[in-house]
Design a protein around this ligand. Structure first.
Ligand code: SF4
Length: 704
């Protein structure tokens, strides 16, 4: 590398691709990093356009208090005093932090430490709650730990990949590229099944597409479990030695999904396709079931996750090369947040709200207190703000007025809140107008730290730009506010390396061996070693002293992180989505991402090249539904749910299932005043994970 070349990581999705930023004079180019094990040089359209998003237009450059620009010392004092006043007046649980999968792990850790160890409440939750919380809950129920047991390389070694609820080609494009390349190289010996209500670009490489209805995954996978038993494809040795609860799960599967015609009818697909899928799964040893938001974003998302895991446990297809259940995260650092306790129901280092774990964390932090119970999850936190139970909220690097369900009510909640602090790199998103205090944060290319991708690989994000004006790293802002609140000890960090070493050390503290996350081998890194850290994939504690090449796999020994060491089968029954279609709202709206935009468009919306792919908000509708509702292709339509109305352009699409619509989640007020799809979505959540149901909203469509 020359002085003008920096190896860093793409800030968008959970694939976590390595990129190389090269600066020649004023010109910056961003290319894929050929040495990074996530992408080996590949990039998608969003990653390839990163250099076009680096201008300062729209940046928040100075601290502001009630709209007046101020200096950092005044802003820090005001923020700290206001938080302390609210704690004194209403108690510590009147404070909430809403953080983001865009934060670096070091930022996440310091925010979590301030809340849980010093302010003393666990009311800190991440927008990752919207992305993968059901997988976390499903993993913990099955494995006793939030462990992702599959690596990206397994996708290239599998003989069957079942892609459930994911338009991988658009949402995790580099993984799609890797799978497509593997399929070509292996002369189509790698089979692909896509399970998704829509016929998406991902189906272009599918041998079989099951366009199931939304919300029926448990029936489909319970039926698979029953089929595997009926056709003698179970691994009884594995079930006996490494699992518990099989009989119950099988009995539940038998009761709920024992007839192919009934399963086909319930799922809305043909019997022949169901049989073909079950046969492919049954006869193929190396199966990866890769799933994403179509599974997670549901009022029964955790049960869906466990219905998938049950099938892998029953066949012993886990902990070995080329097989396993694989949750891929949407956000670039959802996994990093999980590692350091950024969810309201976790402590740092994959520890829980149990007395022994609380003591470990508090002792390690030497903190004045420790949160005694799980805090409010994202949707509940904003309801508490609306009710007045939370009086102060600090929103970091996220735009809830667009992205949360019932998004119009988020405005009401924030308008009622006594103190809204926002730290962000942008000055003008939909949430910023509700801020009393604005704190300017550094952004990608300016800040230093680490992120963890969907295969548990920690990569460095490195700075190659000088931060403009008063923009500061998030970890610095949080640490400074903590110190100004009076918490001198515990936040005297000089660099992100200090923070990284601290949480790496916490991860290594003994806990009877019931913990998967241990990166304590990295706790002694020097500043120089942290600076040059190459991508590091964490693996079982026993692997700490081994090299990357011979590092063992999770669950390879048939041992899990439950007290018994055995994985749990979880009996799951199909549960209908919370709201069904009716005569007023006869269609079901599914939401998701498009190829060239990210989240609420505050970065990707800056580049005309990315906007040229799809330039305005739309709704996909099947031509027969369009005809039934007298809708023509390309005309503006109103979408109404029980909550709100939005106006978007109709796109007639044969890939859309009849009775179902699809509209993207990205558009914010800056790009389209009346297309915030989050305003249509009710706040129904999964009872275990708290993840909202974004994929199943009854709506009506009519000409504008
Ligand atoms: Fe970035 Fe994801 Fe695209 Fe990779 S696949 S370049 S991480 S957006």
């Amino acid at each position: 590398m020359t002085d003008s070349t920096t190896q860093t990581t793409c800030p968008y999705c959970g694939v976590g691709c390595g990129v190389v930023a090269t600066q020649e004079g004023d010109k910056i180019t961003v290319k894929g990093d050929k040495t990074h094990p996530a992408n080996f040089g590949r990039l998608c359209s969003k990653g390839a356009a990163l250099a076009e998003t680096l201008d300062l237009e729209g940046r928040l450059l100075h601290p502001e208090i009630y709209g007046q620009v101020t200096d950092w010392e005044t802003a820090l004092n005001t923020t700290a005093t206001a938080l302390n006043d609210i704690i004194q007046k209403y108690g510590n649980s009147a404070i909430g932090f809403y953080v983001s999968g865009q934060l670096l792990t070091e930022d996440y850790y310091v925010a979590n430490k301030l809340m849980k160890g010093y302010i003393g409440t666990a009311n800190i939750d991440s927008n990752s709650r919207l992305c993968m919380a059901s997988s976390v809950a499903g993993h913990k129920r099955a494995f006793g730990s939030d462990t992702v047991p599959v690596d990206y390389s397994d996708l290239e070694k599998a003989d069957l990949i079942v892609i459930v609820g994911s338009n991988l080609a658009w949402c995790h494009p580099v993984l799609f590229q890797r799978i497509s390349a593997a399929r070509q190289q292996r002369n189509d010996k790698l089979k692909i099944v896509v399970i998704d209500p829509r016929r998406t670009a991902t189906c272009d490489i599918a041998d079989l597409h099951l366009p199931i209805k939304t919300g029926v995954d448990v029936t489909l996978f319970n039926g698979l479990l029953h089929h595997l038993r009926a056709h003698d494809h179970l691994d009884y040795r594995f079930i006996e030695q490494s699992t518990q609860g099989f009989a119950n799960a099988l009995q539940t599967a038998k009761e709920t999904a024992n007839s192919i015609p009934a399963i086909a009818q319930h799922c809305g697909v043909s019997e022949a396709d169901i049989i073909e899928f079950y046969r492919l799964f049954a006869r193929t040893e190396k199966v990866v079931t890769l799933y994403s938001q179509g599974v997670n974003q549901s009022s029964s998302g955790t049960d869906k996750v466990n219905s998938i895991i049950n099938c892998h446990l029953a066949t012993g297809r886990i902990g070995r090369v080329g097989m396993g259940p694989f949750s891929i995260t949407g956000q670039p650092n959802a996994m990093g947040g999980r590692e350091v306790g950024a969810l309201a129901n976790q402590l740092a280092a994959h520890l829980d709200f149990e007395p022994e774990h609380q003591a470990i964390v508090q002792n390690y932090w030497q903190s004045p207190t420790i949160a005694l119970q799980a805090g409010l999850k994202a949707v509940d936190m904003f309801e508490a703000i609306e009710k007045g139970d939370i009086k102060a909220v600090w929103i970091m690097a996220t735009n809830p007025v667009v992205s949360l369900p019932n998004a119009e009510r988020i405005k009401t909640a924030l308008a009622r809140c006594e103190l809204v602090i926002i730290s962000d790199c942008v000055r003008n998103n939909d949430t910023v107008p509700y801020a009393h205090i604005l704190l300017p944060a550094q952004t990608w290319g300016e800040k230093e730290g680490t992120v963890t991708n969907s295969e548990r690989r920690i990569s460095r994000q490195r700075a190659f730009l000088t931060a403009p004006a008063d923009a500061k790293p998030d970890w610095w802002i949080i640490s400074q506010v903590a110190q100004h609140m009076g918490y001198q000890y515990g936040f005297n960090y000089q660099s992100p390396a200090d923070i990284f070493r601290e949480y790496a050390g916490l991860s290594g503290i003994e806990n009877n061996g019931h913990r998967d996350f241990d990166i304590s081998i990295l706790s002694q890194l020097s500043d120089a070693e942290y600076q040059t850290l190459t991508p590091y994939q964490w693996s079982p504690r026993s692997a700490l002293q081994t090299t990357a090449e011979n590092r063992p796999r999770f669950f390879a020994d048939g041992r899990f992180y439950t007290l018994s060491g055995k994985a749990n089968f979880v009996p799951v029954r199909p549960i209908a989505p919370k709201s069904e279609s009716n005569s007023t709202f006869p269609l079901i709206l599914n939401t998701g991402r498009i190829r060239d935009q990210w989240h609420t468009m505050t970065r990707t919306g800056k580049t005309p090249r990315l906007l040229s792919h799809i330039s305005e908000p739309f709704v996909d509708i099947h031509p027969e539904d369009a005809q039934a509702f007298d809708i023509k292709d390309n005309e503006l339509v109103c979408l109404n749910s029980a909550l709100q109305q939005i106006i978007v352009r109709a796109k007639l699409s044969e890939g859309q299932k009849r009775g179902y619509l699809f509209s993207p989640m990205h558009w914010n007020a800056q790009f389209s005043a009346q297309a915030r799809v989050g305003t249509l979505i009710a706040s129904h959540t999964d009872p275990y994970s708290g993840q909202p149901e974004f994929k199943h909203t009854p709506v009506a469509v009519s000409r504008y």
